[in-house]
Design a protein around this ligand. Sequence first.
Ligand code: ASP
Length: 606
Amino acid sequence: MKSFKEFQRTHTCGELRASDEGKRVVLNGWVHSWRDLGGLIFIDLRDRYGLTQIVFNPGQMSPELMAQAGKLRYEFVVSVSGVVGKRPEGQRNKELSTGEIEMTALSFEVLNPSLTPPFLVEDQIDAAEDLRLKYRYLDLRRPVLRDKIILRHRVALAIREYLDSQGFLEIETPLLIRSTPEGARDYVVPSRNNPGRFYALPQSPQLFKQILMVSGFDKYFQLARCLRDEDLRSDRQPEHTQIDMEMSFVTQEDVWEVTEAMMAYVFEKVIGEKLALPFPRLSFREAMERYGSDKPDVRYGMEIRDLDDILAKTQFRVFAEALKSGGTVRGLKLGGGVAMSRKDISEVEEVARKAGAKGLAYIGLTEEGYRSSISKFLSEVELDAIRAKFNLCVGEICFLAAGSFAETCAILDSTRRALAAKYRLKGDNKWAFLWVHSFPLFEYNKDERRYDAMHNIVTSPYSEDIQLLDEGFTTDIPFGDSSHPWARIRANQYDLVLNGSEIASGGVRNHRRDIQEKMLNIMGISSERAERMFGFLLKALEYGAPPHAGIAPGLDRIVALMTGSDSIRDVIAFPKTTAAQSLMDEAPSEIDPRQLEELGLKIIKD
Ligand code: ASP
């Protein structure tokens, strides 16, 4: 066997150009494809940089080597040494960066053969995702996926560049922490040194980044892995990466400004897109009223209109009952002369039903008049008023939902998204960023009959609303009523939305122990329990904690949007399935009985 040095590459497979004609070069890579054209063998050699065409010509090579070349198959790793030549006119490939040249092989070496791969390393394949995940190393050789992973690296690098230029320090926080109350379920790790005790894996570095503020590191960031043991909805992962940030002596505006500038820097640097700054803003209330969602896709309109006044005296039982019980009737219009068949409408009704609607009414306007599921229940005056409200023109249709405010939000949000997807409404703005702010601090938990933090237990209330914390303890207004003082407290909590996906969440934190404790109290967390759960943060707040605020954009989601990926699995090198399994290394797995014993654990099988 020759030493590796002899067949080490001089160039990559994406590098050679017409100007390299005549050079003696060595390429290393994978056999992407091969063709035997009556004596001449053509190979496309691939590495992460590209493809180069190589010709094996019996005129240039011994019969033994030619015979070996004939046995090269998919994904063999080879080293080929040869001469660069221009491809004959007419055989140049403009699609390929190396399309002007080919290499004539003089000798080669198989560095390692390959089993027949279970799918081809091509962009377009129909292999099931499970198979791709099992053979992720082959999947990652596919240029589409490779490019996404490379882009992710560029994004991470640009983030670090930008934040460093603004004086941020990247500081690592521990992976083994105590179980803290962050909303989702913790992954836990038994401690061998401390039998019966457990670490938790962090759901986010939240408490540690706050403590770093107490430590005086006034601008912190970390590309941090966050682990949550959740039931995975289709596009969640048990581990995800956040661009975790925290700052001292700042207001919400400062956090928004840095985040906007960072996004603008990253989008321009990595994909050459100029973002319009500042990003538009909507309060939570306004977002729910206009779009039925706290993460609306504002690339397109279809805003929700309230029809309560118009229908105040309606005879239509469904609407009348909704209004009588304090609910609402709202709707939205699909404009733009889209002709919807009865079947198209049923599809949308089905979406609404899944979002909790008992029915979704529609009113369309045709040359012949109204076309509606409910026209016989509504008076002419009502129909005309609805038509005026939506400015409904011939060829247009509107959809109406009745129920509580929250129910109509869910129904119309789903309807709006479904219509936008079905009719590919995109609007002019490719990157529709939006700040949603002023979320309620608390959310009523009907089952437990108490108030929970709507987002994050460390988020501070609006200073104007602080007195409502105390008022809530003495009021006669029942729990769950929208006028209860606790229901009215606004939080210094904000989300950043991009094209209808939440890509960041953050807030101004409680830096005073008394306010933080009062909030915990309201959430039914006793002082002892609070002390047990995160006494270390409460204590730190008493040692000169500065006012601080932060945010945590989700790296996976951002890269998925930038690369037009349907799933965040496509921008994570080694993702897990929705059953939280890794099909390649087969995690999670059983462990050795000896390990269990060392940990003092026993598995109880059902
Ligand atoms: N820790 C929060 C989260 O993980 C983000 C933040 O408020 O900074 O959602």
